[in-house]
Design a protein around this ligand. Structure first.
Ligand code: 5AD
Ligand code: SF4
Length: 481
């Protein structure tokens, strides 16, 4: 499963401030604008695309009007995410025409899950699009952009090549810090360890857009983690649609579990924090539970979607677990890690959901108490089994249920944050805040913390006394640097 975090900021290549900084081995001939929608997997893919394009001589721009190549890295998980892409494409078409009038060419590429799911249909609906490229083929982007330029017609690449993309992309490098300030390097990075999903929840497009489960080999991941840490990263979040199904090949030829991979990564001395997302309750093994006790670098935070509280709905979703299974699992993990903070994904208005079944969802939330959560109205997705179930729930009902659900989740999040007041908590400072002289960091429980501090503390874990809290963030003062 994927974790949605809304439209992400544009990924920078010639990064100012705290973005990645990339050296350009070839002369800077062209400019690329890259916009990322959807989950962290897309954020990771965008970073890798940026690095690859930089090596091809593209410089980054934050202004699409200035770009020779525009890439939308898209999300297909709900209809709303797809609509956003088409409305962006409308604006980009006008821009392309304006630039054409000035004798400047613009190549528009649609990457990501909408590209994979809709393929040539995109070029039909949005004829200004030049390249449609699925998530498994990013390494072919420069070549396809050139082809589109030469041939003047759309290039479509949505196959699932045998030779997986990670082997084709250049090795990771965040590049040298431009101003010599190590403190400006990103403190926290994503590392995709697994892609695809074989679970086939009946509401979800991921098994179709990202394909079958694939785990990257251990050595490649350890190597990539070393590079990130050498460049100043202190926290790595291991990513996968179903990350705890990880079963990559180890150096000994056997298949390693996520827990075993995590222990190997924890051996990197300068790496201080590990996280992972997103998990499926069915694939949480005993060794992963034990890792929450034994691996001190693994943060006490778990994002574990439960989707719905009614067993009838869970069965119709093909989740392969009951509400009781979920509660029992949480109990087992809390038994080894009592300070574990929980996050989840919930869907309201799945076809046929009655008022009593929706109440069962609220009951699970009350019983567990979440530190944060993502909640969605069910959105019928073409090609998924649930979309053809007869009893679709009217939108007004979904809206009303979502509001009630979110009120409860907001209340829990606010209470969870308020409980931090007065505590002194280690915070990893990640970026400069909007307020004067403020830095923004994260607690082990993934809460955002704002504190007045010198930028020299970026990339470091510092004790902060929490003085204030809101629904989505904390405020504190530096105790010890
Ligand atoms: N409608 C609404 N929410 C969905 N999700 C996935 N597919 C759909 C859909 N069709 C949610 C699930 C998943 C998260 C990433 O998005 O809760 O865990
Ligand atoms: Fe997650 Fe289920 Fe979708 Fe797989 S099919 S990505 S487990 S929601």
């Amino acid at each position: 499963m994927t974790k949605l975090i809304g439209t992400m900021p544009d990924v920078a290549v010639d990064a100012p401030a705290d973005g990645p900084v990339i050296a350009h081995p070839k002369p800077l001939l062209r400019r690329v604008y890259l916009k990322t929608f959807g989950c962290q997997m897309n954020v990771y893919d965008s970073e890798r695309m940026s690095e690859m394009l930089s090596a091809e001589g593209y410089a980054n721009t934050a202004d699409p009007a200035d770009a020779d190549l525009v890439i939308l890295n898209t999300c297909h998980i709900r209809e709303k995410a797809v609509e956003k892409v088409y409305s962006d494409l409308g604006r980009l078409r006008d821009l392309k025409i304006e630039r054409q009038a000035q004798g400047r060419e613009t190549i528009i590429a649609v990457a990501g899950c909408v590209a994979q799911a809709e393929g040539a249909e995109i070029a039909r609906r949005a004829p200004a699009v030049d390249v449609v490229i699925g998530p498994q083929s990013y390494h072919r982007l420069p070549e396809l952009a050139d082809k589109a330029r030469q041939q003047g017609r759309a290039q479509i690449e949505t196959s699932f090549p045998e030779d997986e993309k990670f082997n084709q992309l250049p090795v990771r490098t965040l590049g040298p810090a431009s101003d010599g300030q190590a403190a400006r390097r990103p403190a926290s990075a994503f590392l995709t360890v697994q892609e695809g999903c074989d679970k086939f929840c009946t509401f979800c497009v991921v098994p179709y857009t990202r394909g079958a489960e694939y785990s990257r080999p251990v050595e490649k991941l350890v190597d990539e983690a070393h590079r990130l840490v050498d460049e100043g990263v202190r926290e790595i979040t291991l990513l996968g649609q179903n990350v705890n199904a990880y079963h990559g090949e180890g150096p000994d030829g056997s298949h390693w579990t996520l827990a075993r991979l995590m222990h190997a990564l924890a051996d990197i001395p300068a790496l201080e924090r590990l996280r992972y997302m997103t998990s499926h309750p069915r694939d949480i093994g005993d060794d992963l539970i034990a890792a929450h006790r034994d691996c001190s670098k693994l943060m006490p935070f778990l994002h574990l979607p439960f989707q719905a509280g009614s067993d009838r709905i869970l069965a119709a979703m093909n989740r392969k677990h009951t509400a009781r299974d979920y509660l029992a699992l949480i109990e087992r993990i809390r038994a080894v890690r009592p300070d574990l903070a929980l996050s989840t994904d919930v869907i309201v208005g799945f076809p046929g959901e009655t008022e009593a079944e929706f109440d069962a969802t609220l009951a699970v939330i009350r019983q567990i108490g979440f530190a944060q959560a993502y909640s969605f109205k069910y959105s019928p997705r073409p090609g998924t089994p649930a979309a053809t179930i007869g009893e679709q729930i009217p939108d007004v009902v979904k809206t009303e249920r979502l509001a009630r659900l979110q009120a409860l989740l907001d209340e829990q999040q606010t209470a969870f944050n308020a409980a931090s007041i007065g505590q002194t908590i280690p915070v990893l400072f990640e970026r400069i805040g909007r307020g004067d002289g403020q830095l923004v960091g994260r607690t082990p429980h993934l809460q955002l913390v704002h504190a007045e501090a010198t930028p020299l503390l970026l990339g470091r874990i510092i004790s902060v006394e929490i003085r204030g809290s809101g629904q989505t963030s904390l405020r504190g003062v530096i105790k010890a640097a």
